[in-house]
Design a protein around this ligand. Structure first.
Ligand SMILES: NC(=O)c1ccc[n+]([C@@H]2O[C@H](COP(=O)([O-])OP(=O)(O)OC[C@H]3O[C@@H](n4cnc5c(N)ncnc54)[C@H](O)[C@@H]3O)[C@@H](O)[C@H]2O)c1
Length: 278
């Protein structure tokens, strides 16, 4: 592959993907809205661009074989903010990909597209959308956009519904953890699988207590290796009793399921800032 474009390259997950993506293409174009991402790898360039600017996205995707789309507001936020970065931003990526003849969009979707489903339902990739926030609603929009651009324009997508890609720090994460190594494997499989059409897959490690079912995404060959059970005893011994009538405890979306619309869900979680630095 000649060229891959990564959006959200300055973000926490983007920081783990830059080097692996360079192994899959001759050239990586990393992009984000911030001024600079610091030291670049050989064969990597950086382009500062706003996802809500269609002409900037059309320029960014020129000559790209695939785009790995991780740029977004990564939390619940007021609707206007989500509208620009996550909804208009998604449209701009798919439209720019179409206009440039890009083969596939590999997309960081989220469990929050289906976050109001119960954890005890062990949901598959075919359950109806049931967003828990405006943030989740934007992920639903992007997944439907991916479906539309496949059906009408032949642009492939893999929508990776990531659960919790962060250090395990709470009881929910014992089921929802996606390790960084498994994230990298998932993105690699999403790129190298020959035919994906429009695919949905859950981004979750091989956790004993996983709450989602990936059997309909087996064509991607994703075989996660890590298991959060190694953290279970310590996490459960530290936490207070969970309330079975709290949406945040019983729904797939965790705290996002109980937070007020427009208010941060991430602020209620203990997420370590362990961004990878070169
Ligand atoms: N971390 C997780 O567990 C998790 C779970 C599900 C989905 N996701 C998705 O994965 C992606 C990356 O998540 P993350 O945890 O690395 O978040 P992050 O906030 O660290 O990274 C997102 C990046 O997007 C950039 N961005 C925001 N608005 C932009 C705009 N208008 N134009 C260009 N760039 C913009 C930000 O500057 C940031 O660097 C996001 O799409 C997020 O929704 C993450």
């Amino acid at each position: 592959m000649k060229k891959i474009v990564l959006t959200g390259a300055a973000g926490r997950l983007g920081s783990y993907l830059r080097e692996p993506l360079l192994r899959l293409a001759q050239e990586l174009v990393s992009s984000d809205i911030i001024e600079s991402i610091g030291t670049l790898h050989p064969n990597e360039t950086y382009v500062r661009a706003d996802l809500s600017d269609l002409s900037a996205m059309i320029d960014l995707l020129k000559g790209a074989d695939m785009v790995v789309h991780f740029g977004a507001i990564g939390d619940e936020a007021p609707f206007d903010a989500i509208l620009q970065a996550n909804i208009v931003g998604a449209y701009n990526i798919w439209e720019a990909a179409h206009q440039n003849g890009v083969k596939r969009v590999v997309y960081a979707s989220s469990i929050h597209a289906v976050g109001m489903h119960k954890k005890t339902d062990f949901i598959g990739t075919d359950v109806p959308h049931r967003p828990d926030t405006y943030y989740g609603l934007a992920k639903c929009f992007a997944e439907d956009l991916a479906s539309l651009y496949w059906d009408k324009r032949g642009l492939e997508s893999v929508c990776m519904r990531i659960l919790s890609c962060a250090q395990v720090s709470n009881p929910r994460a014992v089921g929802s953890w996606l390790s960084y190594d498994d994230l990298i494997q998932l993105v690699e499989k999403s790129i190298t699988t020959q035919i994906t059409g429009f695919s949905i897959v859950y981004g979750v490690s091989n956790n004993d207590r996983a709450t989602v079912d990936n059997s309909m995404a087996s064509h991607l060959g994703f075989k996660p290796k890590d298991n959060a059970e190694q953290f279970a005893e310590k996490i459960y011994s530290e936490e207070e009793k969970l309330d079975p009538y709290d949406q945040g405890a019983v729904c797939q979306g965790g705290p996002f399921a109980s937070v007020e619309l427009g208010h941060s869900g991430v602020a209620t979680m203990k997420i370590a800032n362990d961004k990878k630095v070169i």
